[in-house]
Design a protein around this ligand. Structure first.
Ligand SMILES: [Zn+2]
Ligand SMILES: [Zn+2]
Length: 82
């Protein structure tokens, strides 16, 4: 479990929360005003979407499960059964 460091928008008090608290509204222990825990920045992942159909692909995957597009070959390898 990761921790999120952020500061109160009202009094600039440095605060810490766990990432499962992201998006929740807390009461600042310093000034008592409501503050929203920011969401941690999403980790950067390469090759997130299929260039053919735009569907999300598993990171590290070269074959789109939605349309059969192979990113290394640059074409769909799924057999067309029509
Ligand atoms: Zn505060
Ligand atoms: Zn695709």
């Amino acid at each position: 479990m990761a921790t999120i460091d952020f500061s109160c928008a009202h009094c600039q008090q440095t605060l810490e929360a766990t990432d499962d608290m992201a998006g929740e509204v807390l009461e600042c222990p310093s000034c008592g005003k409501p503050i929203t825990v920011p969401r941690p920045e999403a980790p950067v992942q390469a090759a997130a979407t299929c260039p053919a159909c735009g569907q999300a692909m598993e990171s590290g995957s070269v074959l789109c499960v939605a349309c059969g597009y192979h990113t290394k070959l640059g074409k769909k390898i799924q057999t067309d059964l029509t």
